[in-house]
Design a protein around this ligand. Structure first.
Ligand SMILES: Cc1ncc(C[n+]2csc(CCOP(=O)(O)OP(=O)(O)O)c2C)c(N)n1
Length: 328
C-alpha cells in the first residue's frame, strides 16, 4: 500500500483529517457555552470519507453536501476562517453570515453548496452533472448524503435520470447507522444501501469509510468510470459519528438525548479513522511522533486564527439581512 503513494500525498491526507477533527472539536465548547447560535452537526469520526473522496477529485470537480458538511467543505479546499465566521453568523462567512453551519459554499473550490433539507442537494448535483455532460467538460460531481437520506424519493428520481443520461455523478452515501436518533434497523428491512442503484443499472460498492486509503481508491475508480462516460456510480461508505446528531452530545437544550448504547460508541471509538491512519503512518515509517505533534500544533494555530478572524468580524447589518438571497 505504502509504495503506491508518495509521502506528501499520505501526509496530506493526515493533515486534512486533522484539520477537520480539530476544527470540529474546537466548536464543542462554544456550542455548549451558547456562543454558537446555529445548529451544528459535527463530522467527528467521519473525516476519512470527505478526505479520501476529495483527494480523488480535481479542483474543477464539483461536490454538494448536506446538513453535516463542515468536513466536505474543508476537504474540497474551503477556507477555515470563512467557515468559522459563517457558523458565528458573521458578514465574512462563506455565505455572508446568512446561512450558518448548514449553508456552506465555496464555488471557487468546486464546493457548490450544502442545505439542511434532507436530500435537498441531490437533484441540484444531478443538474450540475447534466450541465457538465452537455458542455462536454471532463468534470465529475459528487453528491454526499447520509443513510437516512435513502428514505427520500428524490434520490430514486435522481438515480433513474442519472442512469438514463449516463451522467458523471458519484452518489456518496455516508452510512453512520443513524438518521437523527433512528437506528438504521428501524428504517430498513436490510442494511444494504450499496445495492440502492442496482435496479437502475448503477453499480454499487460498499467501502470501509473509516479507512481513508480505501475511500480514496474506491472514489478514484469511480472517477475514472465517470470520466470515460460510464457513470453514474453509487458508493456506500460505512462509518459512525462520534458526536451527537446535532451538537456535541445532542445536549444543546440541557437534556441528553443521544440514545446510542455506550458500548457501541466505545467500539467505534476504537475504529477512529485518524488513530487508525496514524498507526499505519507509524508502522510504515511515513511519520514519527514528533512530526505528528508538529502537524497538530500547526493545525491548532490555523483553528485559533480562524476563530480570531470570526470573532473580530462584524455581523450583517439588520437592514441587509435579505441581501444575497438572490443573485444581483
Ligand atoms: C426533508 C427533511 N426531513 C426531515 C428533516 C429533519 N432531519 C434533519 S437531519 C435528519 C436525518 C438525516 O440522516 P442522514 O441522512 O443519515 O444524515 P446524518 O445526520 O446521519 O449525517 C433529519 C430527518 C429535514 N431536515 N429535512
Amino acid at each position: 500500500m505504502r509504495k503506491k503513494y508518495n509521502k506528501n500525498f499520505l501526509v496530506g491526507l493526515y493533515r486534512t483529517m486533522m484539520r477537520i477533527r480539530i476544527c470540529e472539536e474546537s466548536l464543542v465548547e462554544p456550542i455548549l457555552r451558547g456562543e454558537v447560535k446555529c445548529p451544528c452537526h459535527l463530522y467527528s469520526g467521519e473525516e476519512a470519507i470527505a478526505t479520501g473522496v476529495c483527494a480523488a477529485l480535481d479542483e474543477s470537480d464539483y461536490i454538494f453536501g448536506s446538513h453535516r458538511s463542515h468536513g466536505h467543505y474543508l476537504a474540497k479546499g474551503g477556507s477555515m476562517p470563512e467557515l468559522i465566521a459563517e457558523i458565528y453568523g458573521k458578514e465574512t462567512g462563506c455565505s455572508k453570515g446568512r446561512g450558518g453551519s448548514m449553508h456552506l459554499i465555496a464555488p471557487e473550490k468546486g464546493m457548490l453548496g450544502a442545505v439542511p433539507i434532507v436530500g435537498g442537494t441531490i437533484s441540484i448535483a444531478l443538474g450540475a452533472a447534466l450541465a457538465s455532460k452537455i458542455r462536454k467538460q471532463k468534470r465529475v460531481t459528487v453528491s454526499f448524503f447520509g443513510d437516512g437520506t435513502t428514505g427520500e424519493g428524490v434520490l430514486y428520481e435522481s438515480l433513474n435520470f442519472a442512469s438514463l443520461k449516463k451522467l458523471p455523478i458519484i452518489f456518496a452515501c455516508e452510512n453512520n447507522l443513524y438518521s437523527t436518533h433512528l437506528p438504521i434497523r428501524e428504517c430498513r428491512l436490510q442494511n444494504n444501501i450499496f445495492k440502492t442503484g442496482v435496479p437502475f443499472g448503477i453499480p454499487g460498492d460498499r467501502v470501509d469509510g473509516n479507512n481513508v486509503l480505501k475511500v480514496y481508491e474506491s472514489t478514484k475508480a469511480a472517477v475514472e468510470i465517470c470520466k470515460k462516460g460510464n457513470g453514474p456510480v453509487f458508493i456506500e461508505f460505512l462509518t459512525y459519528r462520534l458526536r451527537g446528531h446535532v451538537g456535541p452530545d445532542d445536549n444543546i437544550h440541557g437534556m441528553r438525548t443521544d440514545i446510542r448504547p455506550k458500548e457501541e460508541i466505545e467500539r467505534w471509538q476504537k475504529k477512529d479513522p485518524i488513530k487508525r491512519y496514524e498507526r499505519f503512518l507509524f508502522k510504515n515509517k511515513i511519520l514519527v511522533k514528533q512530526e505528528v505533534e508538529m502537524i497538530r500544533k500547526e493545525v491548532e494555530q490555523e483553528v485559533n486564527n480562524s476563530f480570531a478572524f470570526a470573532l473580530s468580524s462584524s455581523y450583517p447589518k439588520e437592514m441587509e439581512l435579505t441581501k444575497y438571497v438572490f443573485k444581483e
